[in-house]
Design a protein around this ligand. Sequence first.
Ligand code: ATP
Length: 242
Amino acid sequence: ELSKSGWLLDITKLKLGENIGEGEFGAVYEGEYLGQQVAVKTIKCDVTAQAFLQETTVMTKLQHKNLVRLLGVMLHKGLHIVTELMTKGNLVNFLRTRGRSVVNSAQLLHFALDVCEGMEYLESKKLIHRDLAARNVLVSDDSVAKVSDFGLTKVVSKAKSDNAKLPVKWTAPEALKKESLKEVKEMVVGGYRMEAPEDCPPALYSLMRLCWEQEPRRRPAFNKLREKLEREAGKHSGGEGG
Ligand code: ATP
Protein backbone atom coordinates (compact mmCIF):
# COMPACT_ATOMS: atom_id res chain seq x y z
CA GLU A 1 0.00 0.00 0.00
CA LEU A 2 2.85 2.34 0.92
CA SER A 3 4.68 1.79 -2.35
CA LYS A 4 1.54 2.50 -4.35
CA SER A 5 1.05 5.72 -2.43
CA GLY A 6 4.48 6.93 -3.57
CA TRP A 7 5.82 7.53 -0.05
CA LEU A 8 7.97 4.40 0.06
CA LEU A 9 11.52 5.37 -0.95
CA ASP A 10 14.20 3.18 -2.52
CA ILE A 11 16.86 2.45 0.07
CA THR A 12 19.51 1.72 -2.57
CA LYS A 13 19.35 5.39 -3.59
CA LEU A 14 20.16 6.64 -0.10
CA LYS A 15 23.67 7.65 0.94
CA LEU A 16 23.81 7.78 4.71
CA GLY A 17 26.14 10.35 6.31
CA GLU A 18 26.98 11.52 9.81
CA ASN A 19 24.88 11.34 12.94
CA ILE A 20 23.38 14.79 13.52
CA GLY A 21 21.05 14.25 16.45
CA GLU A 22 19.39 11.94 18.92
CA GLY A 23 15.64 11.61 19.16
CA GLU A 24 13.75 9.90 21.92
CA PHE A 25 13.46 6.74 19.82
CA GLY A 26 16.60 6.69 17.73
CA ALA A 27 19.34 8.57 15.98
CA VAL A 28 19.03 11.15 13.21
CA TYR A 29 21.51 11.09 10.29
CA GLU A 30 22.21 13.40 7.44
CA GLY A 31 22.24 11.85 4.02
CA GLU A 32 21.64 12.24 0.33
CA TYR A 33 18.68 10.89 -1.60
CA LEU A 34 18.75 11.23 -5.38
CA GLY A 35 21.06 14.22 -5.07
CA GLN A 36 19.02 15.98 -2.42
CA GLN A 37 20.32 16.61 1.10
CA VAL A 38 18.07 14.81 3.58
CA ALA A 39 17.73 13.93 7.26
CA VAL A 40 17.00 10.32 8.15
CA LYS A 41 15.32 9.47 11.45
CA THR A 42 15.61 5.82 12.38
CA ILE A 43 13.18 4.00 14.65
CA LYS A 44 14.27 0.49 15.53
CA CYS A 45 11.50 -0.64 17.84
CA ASP A 46 8.52 -2.11 15.95
CA VAL A 47 5.93 -0.83 18.38
CA THR A 48 7.11 2.78 18.17
CA ALA A 49 7.53 2.38 14.41
CA GLN A 50 3.77 1.92 14.22
CA ALA A 51 3.25 5.18 16.07
CA PHE A 52 5.69 6.97 13.76
CA LEU A 53 3.93 5.65 10.68
CA GLN A 54 0.98 7.53 12.13
CA GLU A 55 3.15 10.66 12.28
CA THR A 56 4.13 10.29 8.64
CA THR A 57 0.51 9.75 7.63
CA VAL A 58 -0.22 13.22 8.98
CA MET A 59 2.87 14.64 7.28
CA THR A 60 2.06 13.29 3.82
CA LYS A 61 -0.96 15.59 3.69
CA LEU A 62 0.95 18.72 4.64
CA GLN A 63 3.02 21.01 2.47
CA HIS A 64 4.07 24.46 3.54
CA LYS A 65 7.28 26.51 3.48
CA ASN A 66 7.29 26.59 7.29
CA LEU A 67 6.72 22.89 7.92
CA VAL A 68 9.60 20.41 7.67
CA ARG A 69 8.81 18.48 4.52
CA LEU A 70 8.52 14.71 4.46
CA LEU A 71 10.12 12.98 1.45
CA GLY A 72 8.99 9.50 2.40
CA VAL A 73 9.79 6.44 4.48
CA MET A 74 11.96 3.35 4.15
CA LEU A 75 11.39 -0.01 5.77
CA HIS A 76 14.69 -1.70 6.54
CA LYS A 77 15.50 -3.07 10.01
CA GLY A 78 12.84 -0.78 11.39
CA LEU A 79 11.41 2.43 10.03
CA HIS A 80 13.37 5.29 8.46
CA ILE A 81 11.68 8.66 8.09
CA VAL A 82 13.26 10.84 5.42
CA THR A 83 12.74 14.61 5.56
CA GLU A 84 14.39 17.68 4.11
CA LEU A 85 17.70 18.48 5.84
CA MET A 86 17.61 21.47 8.17
CA THR A 87 21.32 22.25 8.34
CA LYS A 88 21.15 24.78 11.19
CA GLY A 89 19.55 22.29 13.57
CA ASN A 90 16.87 22.94 16.15
CA LEU A 91 15.90 26.45 17.21
CA VAL A 92 16.85 26.01 20.88
CA ASN A 93 20.45 25.25 19.97
CA PHE A 94 20.49 27.96 17.34
CA LEU A 95 19.36 30.61 19.83
CA ARG A 96 21.79 29.42 22.50
CA THR A 97 24.89 29.17 20.34
CA ARG A 98 24.64 32.25 18.12
CA GLY A 99 25.47 35.69 19.46
CA ARG A 100 23.19 38.69 19.60
CA SER A 101 24.51 39.94 16.28
CA VAL A 102 22.90 36.96 14.54
CA VAL A 103 19.98 36.53 16.90
CA ASN A 104 18.93 40.20 16.85
CA SER A 105 15.37 41.36 17.35
CA ALA A 106 14.65 41.40 13.59
CA GLN A 107 15.76 37.76 13.29
CA LEU A 108 13.73 36.73 16.35
CA LEU A 109 10.63 38.37 14.92
CA HIS A 110 11.30 36.62 11.63
CA PHE A 111 11.49 33.22 13.31
CA ALA A 112 8.28 34.00 15.21
CA LEU A 113 6.54 34.83 11.93
CA ASP A 114 7.87 31.67 10.27
CA VAL A 115 6.53 29.48 13.07
CA CYS A 116 3.26 31.37 13.12
CA GLU A 117 2.73 30.86 9.37
CA GLY A 118 3.43 27.13 9.68
CA MET A 119 0.95 26.92 12.55
CA GLU A 120 -1.61 29.01 10.67
CA TYR A 121 -1.46 26.42 7.90
CA LEU A 122 -1.98 23.57 10.40
CA GLU A 123 -4.84 25.53 11.91
CA SER A 124 -6.44 25.90 8.47
CA LYS A 125 -6.33 22.09 8.18
CA LYS A 126 -8.04 21.79 11.59
CA LEU A 127 -4.96 20.16 13.09
CA ILE A 128 -3.40 20.90 16.45
CA HIS A 129 0.28 20.22 16.94
CA ARG A 130 0.22 19.75 20.75
CA ASP A 131 4.01 19.85 21.12
CA LEU A 132 5.02 23.24 19.77
CA ALA A 133 8.29 24.29 21.41
CA ALA A 134 11.58 25.72 20.17
CA ARG A 135 13.18 22.26 20.32
CA ASN A 136 10.63 21.12 17.72
CA VAL A 137 11.36 23.97 15.35
CA LEU A 138 14.24 23.42 12.91
CA VAL A 139 16.28 26.01 11.01
CA SER A 140 17.15 25.63 7.33
CA ASP A 141 20.40 26.58 5.60
CA ASP A 142 18.88 29.94 4.61
CA SER A 143 17.65 30.49 8.19
CA VAL A 144 13.98 29.74 7.64
CA ALA A 145 12.32 28.27 10.74
CA LYS A 146 10.04 25.28 10.16
CA VAL A 147 7.80 23.38 12.54
CA SER A 148 8.62 19.69 12.95
CA ASP A 149 7.76 16.68 15.10
CA PHE A 150 4.17 15.90 14.24
CA GLY A 151 4.08 12.88 16.56
CA LEU A 152 1.37 14.29 18.80
CA THR A 153 -0.61 16.11 16.12
CA LYS A 154 -4.32 15.43 16.29
CA VAL A 155 -7.41 16.41 14.39
CA VAL A 156 -9.21 18.94 16.59
CA SER A 157 -12.30 16.82 17.30
CA LYS A 158 -10.26 13.85 18.52
CA ALA A 159 -7.78 15.77 20.65
CA LYS A 160 -9.79 16.28 23.82
CA SER A 161 -10.35 12.64 24.73
CA ASP A 162 -6.72 11.74 24.32
CA ASN A 163 -4.46 11.19 27.33
CA ALA A 164 -1.01 11.17 25.73
CA LYS A 165 1.96 12.61 27.63
CA LEU A 166 2.00 16.36 27.18
CA PRO A 167 4.87 18.79 27.73
CA VAL A 168 3.60 20.48 30.89
CA LYS A 169 5.49 23.75 30.73
CA TRP A 170 4.24 24.62 27.25
CA THR A 171 0.75 23.21 27.48
CA ALA A 172 -2.39 25.30 27.89
CA PRO A 173 -3.77 24.91 31.44
CA GLU A 174 -7.08 23.34 30.43
CA ALA A 175 -5.19 20.63 28.53
CA LEU A 176 -3.28 19.59 31.66
CA LYS A 177 -5.16 16.70 33.16
CA LYS A 178 -2.54 14.70 35.00
CA GLU A 179 -1.00 15.58 38.36
CA SER A 180 2.53 15.63 36.97
CA LEU A 181 4.55 18.73 37.71
CA LYS A 182 1.80 19.81 40.08
CA GLU A 183 3.58 22.96 41.14
CA VAL A 184 3.90 24.34 37.60
CA LYS A 185 0.27 23.59 36.94
CA GLU A 186 -0.87 25.27 40.14
CA MET A 187 1.16 28.37 39.43
CA VAL A 188 -0.04 28.69 35.84
CA VAL A 189 -3.67 28.03 36.74
CA GLY A 190 -3.25 30.50 39.61
CA GLY A 191 -2.29 33.21 37.13
CA TYR A 192 1.53 33.14 37.21
CA ARG A 193 3.10 34.19 33.90
CA MET A 194 6.78 34.53 32.98
CA GLU A 195 8.29 38.00 32.85
CA ALA A 196 9.26 39.68 29.61
CA PRO A 197 12.64 38.54 28.27
CA GLU A 198 15.44 41.10 28.35
CA ASP A 199 15.09 43.79 25.64
CA CYS A 200 11.67 42.49 24.61
CA PRO A 201 9.60 45.33 23.12
CA PRO A 202 6.46 45.95 25.23
CA ALA A 203 4.18 45.40 22.22
CA LEU A 204 5.61 41.92 21.74
CA TYR A 205 5.31 41.07 25.41
CA SER A 206 1.63 42.09 25.27
CA LEU A 207 1.24 39.64 22.40
CA MET A 208 2.87 36.90 24.47
CA ARG A 209 0.50 37.63 27.35
CA LEU A 210 -2.42 37.43 24.94
CA CYS A 211 -1.31 33.94 23.89
CA TRP A 212 -1.16 32.97 27.57
CA GLU A 213 -4.71 34.12 28.41
CA GLN A 214 -6.41 31.77 30.85
CA GLU A 215 -9.59 31.77 28.78
CA PRO A 216 -8.88 29.86 25.52
CA ARG A 217 -11.24 32.01 23.48
CA ARG A 218 -9.32 35.13 24.37
CA ARG A 219 -6.09 33.75 22.87
CA PRO A 220 -5.51 34.86 19.27
CA ALA A 221 -5.85 32.32 16.48
CA PHE A 222 -2.67 31.92 14.45
CA ASN A 223 -4.03 33.95 11.53
CA LYS A 224 -4.70 36.87 13.90
CA LEU A 225 -1.32 36.40 15.55
CA ARG A 226 0.38 36.55 12.16
CA GLU A 227 -1.31 39.86 11.36
CA LYS A 228 -0.12 41.29 14.66
CA LEU A 229 3.43 40.01 14.19
CA GLU A 230 3.53 41.40 10.65
CA ARG A 231 2.50 44.78 11.99
CA GLU A 232 5.36 44.62 14.50
CA ALA A 233 7.84 43.53 11.83
CA GLY A 234 6.70 46.41 9.62
CA LYS A 235 7.18 48.93 12.41
CA HIS A 236 10.69 47.73 13.10
CA SER A 237 11.96 47.60 9.53
CA GLY A 238 10.37 50.99 8.87
CA GLY A 239 11.89 52.56 11.96
CA GLU A 240 15.44 51.41 11.42
CA GLY A 241 16.69 54.15 9.10
CA GLY A 242 15.48 57.02 11.21
P1 ATP B 1 10.83 12.53 18.76
O1 ATP B 1 9.81 12.95 19.79
O2 ATP B 1 10.24 12.32 17.42
O3 ATP B 1 11.80 11.50 19.20
P2 ATP B 1 12.79 14.41 19.32
O4 ATP B 1 12.40 15.81 19.67
O5 ATP B 1 13.20 13.52 20.41
O6 ATP B 1 11.64 13.81 18.50
P3 ATP B 1 13.97 14.24 16.72
O7 ATP B 1 12.85 14.88 16.02
O8 ATP B 1 14.15 12.78 16.51
O9 ATP B 1 13.94 14.49 18.27
O10 ATP B 1 15.28 15.01 16.39
C1 ATP B 1 16.39 15.00 17.25
C2 ATP B 1 17.37 16.07 16.80
O11 ATP B 1 17.89 15.72 15.51
C3 ATP B 1 16.75 17.44 16.61
O12 ATP B 1 16.74 18.18 17.81
C4 ATP B 1 17.64 18.07 15.56
O13 ATP B 1 18.78 18.63 16.16
C5 ATP B 1 18.03 16.87 14.71
N1 ATP B 1 17.14 16.78 13.55
C6 ATP B 1 15.93 16.17 13.48
N2 ATP B 1 15.38 16.31 12.26
C7 ATP B 1 16.25 17.02 11.53
C8 ATP B 1 16.27 17.53 10.18
N3 ATP B 1 15.25 17.32 9.34
N4 ATP B 1 17.34 18.24 9.78
C9 ATP B 1 18.37 18.48 10.62
N5 ATP B 1 18.42 18.05 11.89
C10 ATP B 1 17.37 17.33 12.35
